[in-house]
Ligand binder design. Structure first.
Ligand code: SF4
Length: 689
């Protein structure tokens, strides 16, 4: 079968050619790229100005790692069949026809014995393209009748649900507007590593006199430069935001007219907030009381004031409450409706997406169950699920490295009665447990559409090199599988261009009369509202049930019994809180295979905690709790407060000598909304090895 290459692409031999492309990684910025190709190999990648937001600047991760990722030794180029023990990583080469036959035969057996829901697609956010990320694959699994996977709880789902519960499915302001702010608060967001292009915006605003506040447990690079850094204890954000709300009220900083007109649940909400004075917040959050007062004072007096919220504050049992309490602040203080004021969030609602057409949920048999991605390890091991999981299809994901409670998931994947198919660009820790491995194209080898989750720019990319070896784009893998399973609906024969046109509403005014499959490759398309940038309470208004900002949320009450935010203290016999934020070398676990030789990221610990345990800088330590044990080099540093230790997420298992990484120490608990992951609720002890 011929591959559906994009008509825009002409491959060249023997000459260097530059192509436009887009970074597909799990990052809010979605940079536009210029890729230099020679003899059908990527030789360099640099930023392009096609996307004005990213403006030619890339993080270091992509230009350094991507050529090796696409062309390096770890690249999967043929289908494989397991010949060693699960996890051992010994495979033999097979043909695509054999691979599809095995998958068909094993899935058919599972369905005959247990029904189709015994099969689960285990996919996440490896590539962020709309086609590779969830198009023909979902059509296939929906038609198969496989269990549905709710993957949002792993990351970002809490923030999205908090947003929808408070404002509805509408976009906040685009990050560029923050340039006009006089106060910028980055809450739970290490912008230097995870939202790089926000840094120049901060710098421009500061040159014009703006103040910068960073709320983050770790003293990041941007925190060192800030006017105020509040290093709060993980999981206490809701208390800080409540105390700010109550202090704003005491200082006369509430916008009563705005609240009267646009806010629902003010009295119930403030009854909770008033329980916390700045002194209470200081004690509970581990911060200075004067800082809480100063933050409230700045927020009251400086306008426009903008808050950007990262994923750092959602990764705990109070995650949804923390984010909701932060989202409440601009509504209480009347910060919306001016350029540079309000909240930077909800960018994914800026695009006219049409998931009903792209993923075809109408194919899903009635009554099909949905499983939370965080619970997969438990479902594979406790025997309570009926029907049990008997087959997994892992793609766009490296769950062993990424999921909490790593050791439990590993025990599940090692089950001999579990048939595992894996598709990826490179061999991963998780694919080592697969029975059949399918080689997937990198995004440089297929066309795709990119609707960013942190900006309001839409981009399209064409392939810049042909598929490597026998690799196939995700869309083609699932087209072939659908054909092998005898699915005859025309939806399973849709070309990539047709899938793009199904992904977004081409008739929406934001598309400017262009079909999604025909938007330009060399410049990004802005998503605007009536020809202007989206701005809450100017040209965008809440789409909640009440039409107001819901501080007491009917949506969250109905879904999670969480009408209002709440705060629950976590008690543990382990004395230290382990946080595992994003790395500057990997995007979650992507590129982790290129850094195995670097060893594991160190464990950062405050000098007082190290002294109390007799530990010296550079020593190898064991970090443990009831779930596992990780061995890491120790870095004693004041960037981390007392009582907290930190090691960056996403390192692959081969970086440690016992094959466990920080995910092994994270509980698979559920947060207050979205049943989201609670990585930062890991409690541990540390000792010398
Ligand atoms: S990971 Fe983010 S900052 Fe880095 S190139 Fe990709 S989109 Fe840009």
């Amino acid at each position: 079968m011929a591959l559906p290459h994009d008509a825009d692409t002409v491959y060249t031999r023997g000459m260097k050619v530059e192509h436009p492309s887009v970074c597909p990684l799990d990052c809010p910025d979605t940079c536009s790229l210029t890729v230099t190709v020679e003899d059908e190999r990527i030789v360099s990648i640099r930023g392009s100005r096609a996307n004005p937001y990213t403006a030619g600047v890339l993080c270091a991760k992509v230009p350094e790692a991507y050529p090796g990722f696409v062309h390096g030794e770890g690249r999967l180029k043929t289908p494989l069949r397991r010949v060693g023990a699960k996890g051992e990583g010994r495979f033999e080469r097979i043909s695509w026809a054999q691979a599809l036959d095995i998958v068909h035969e094993r899935f058919t057996d599972v369905m005959a014995a247990h029904g189709p829901q015994a099969i689960l697609p285990l996919n996440y956010a490896g590539p962020h393209g709309m086609l590779a990320g969830g198009s023909m694959d979902l059509r296939f699994f929906h038609r198969l009748g496989a269990s549905l996977l709710d993957r949002r709880p792993l990351c970002g789902g809490i923030r999205t649900e908090a947003w929808v519960g408070t404002f509805g499915p509408v976009p906040g302001i685009k990050p560029e507007q923050a340039e006009h702010a006089r106060l910028i608060i980055a809450w739970g967001s290490n912008v230097t590593w995870s939202n790089l292009h926000f840094v120049p915006i901060i710098n421009r605003a500061r040159r014009a006199g703006a103040k910068l506040v960073i709320v983050d447990t770790r003293r990041t690079k941007i925190a060192e430069q800030a006017d105020l850094h509040i290093a709060l204890r993980p999981g206490t954000d809701v208390v800080l935001a409540w105390a700010m709300a109550a202090e704003l009220e005491r200082q006369g900083g509430l916008d009563r007219a705005f609240i009267e007109r646009h806010v629902q649940g003010f009295d119930e909400y403030m009854a909770l907030a008033r329980r916390f004075t700045p002194a209470d917040a200081a004690r509970i959050c581990g911060v200075d009381e004067r800082d809480v007062r100063e933050l409230a004072d700045w927020y009251r007096t400086l306008s426009p004031a903008v808050i950007t919220v990262g994923n750092g504050l959602e990764r705990n049992r109070n995650g949804g409450s923390g984010i909701r309490a932060v989202f409440a602040l601009p509504a209480l203080a009347g910060k919306f409706g001016v350029v540079g004021g309000g909240l930077i969030n909800g960018a994914s609602f800026a695009f006219p997406k049409t998931p009903q057409r792209l993923a075809r949920p109408d194919f899903v048999p009635k009554g099909t169950r949905t499983l939370n991605i965080i619970d997969v390890g438990r479902h594979l091991t406790d025997g309570a699920l009926a029907p049990p999981l008997k087959a997994l299809f892992i793609y766009n994901h490296n769950p062993l490295v990424v999921h909490p409670d790593q050791n439990r998931l590993r025990r599940g994947l090692a089950r001999e009665d579990l048939f595992v198919v894996g598709a990826d660009v490179v061999m991963t820790d998780s694919l080592a447990y697969a029975d059949v491995v399918l080689p997937a194209c990198s995004h440089f080898e297929h066309p795709d559409l990119f609707a960013a989750y942190g900006t309001h720019w839409l981009q399209r990319a064409a392939p810049v090199i042909p598929p490597q070896g026998e690799a196939l784009p995700n869309t083609e893998i699932f087209r072939r599988l659908a054909a092998r399973f005898g699915f005859t609906d025309p939806a399973f024969r849709a070309s990539d261009a047709e899938l793009m046109d199904d992904a977004l509403d081409g008739g929406d005014v934001r598309m400017g009369g262009k079909r999604p499959s025909a938007i330009p490759l060399d410049h990004a398309t802005p998503m605007m509202v009536g020809g202007e940038d989206a701005m809450l309470f100017q040209n965008v208004f809440p789409k909640t049930a009440s039409g107001k900002v819901e501080l007491a949320s009917s949506y969250l009450e109905g879904k999670y019994g969480a009408r209002l935010p709440r705060w629950k203290e976590l008690r543990s016999s382990y004395p230290l809180t382990l946080i595992s934020p994003a790395s500057d070398q990997r995007i979650t676990s992507t590129f982790g295979g290129l850094h195995v030789g670097d060893g594991p990221p160190p464990l950062e610990m405050h000098p007082a905690d190290a002294r109390a345990r007799g530990l010296r800088d550079g020593a190898r330590v064991r970090v443990w709790n009831d779930l596992g044990e990780v061995r890491l080099p120790l870095r004693i540093t004041q960037v981390i407060p007392r009582g907290v230790v930190c090691s960056l997420k996403g390192a692959w298992m081969a970086t440690t000598d016992n094959g466990q990484t920080v995910s092994a120490l994270c509980p698979a608990d559920h947060a207050d909304i979205s049943e989201g992951a609670c990585y930062n609720d890991a409690r541990v002890e540390v000792a010398a090895l």
